[in-house]
Design a protein around this ligand. Structure first.
Ligand code: SF4
Ligand code: SF4
Length: 216
């Protein structure tokens, strides 16, 4: 005949069981509150927090991305889509031969691991501290190049535009170009369907003045 299992401890009298349960509640009442008043009060993230990506520019506004797709190959979640294209003298987006014509990151897939930014050879791709990426639409979670491209700072001209006169791609990576050359204007983005007259009307297009490279 099977032996009866032994009881591990003494059973509490029935009336003590609810009191024991409230003990947990009373203990929690005197602990420091951890509730965060988000979104009214935003918490500061760690300096190296992995948030939304950014496609960076050179100091004159040209894009650092060369459309090499290394970030897309490094991504374990297959979240990045890149299509490269050739620059021309009439429509230049980056100092070298190629640029990223199409660039998309799908935040429905991205796990914000940062492997893509490690793979990028030009430091074109970095991550910001922005973490508010939720959306109710899958389509809205696919960020385009226009959304990811860094804004224009002082001394920058929006792409496409000519390379700083007298420099080559290597000079950009050596830090020899610190701003757009005087007279630099935005070129006509024919590949995006812009008409020459339209661009000329908005920019007053003229050739950039040639001069020595800043910081040489
Ligand atoms: S952070 Fe990670 S998952 Fe997100 S795009 Fe980059 S490599 Fe892919
Ligand atoms: S972001 Fe960097 S790795 Fe990705 S395509 Fe552009 S240059 Fe290449």
């Amino acid at each position: 005949m099977a032996e009866e299992p032994k009881e591990s401890g003494q059973a509490k009298p029935g009336f003590q069981n609810p009191v024991a349960g409230f003990g947990v509640t009373f203990k929690a009442m005197f602990k420091k509150r951890l509730t965060e008043q988000y979104p009214e009060q935003q918490k500061t993230t760690a300096p190296r927090f992995h948030g939304r990506h950014q496609l960076n520019r050179h100091p004159d506004g040209l894009e650092k991305c060369v459309g090499c797709e290394l970030c897309a190959w490094a991504c374990p979640a297959d979240a990045i889509y890149v299509e490269g294209a050739d620059n021309t003298e009439e429509e230049r987006y980056s100092p070298g031969e190629r640029y990223g014509r199409v660039y998309q990151i799908n935040y429905a897939r991205c796990i914000l691991c940062g492997l893509c930014i490690e793979a990028c050879p030009t430091r074109a791709l970095t991550m910001t501290n922005e973490f508010e990426l939720a959306d109710s639409s899958r389509a809205n979670l696919i960020y385009t190049k226009e959304q990811l491209l860094a804004g224009l700072e002082d001394g920058m001209v929006d792409t496409p535009h000519a390379i700083f006169p007298g420099t080559d791609e290597q000079d950009y990576y050596r830090g020899l170009v610190s701003e757009a050359a005087p007279g630099t204007v935005r070129q006509v983005a024919v590949s995006k369907g812009e008409e020459p007259e339209e661009a000329a009307a908005t920019t007053g297009a003229q050739e950039p003045a040639s001069r020595e490279v800043t910081g040489r």
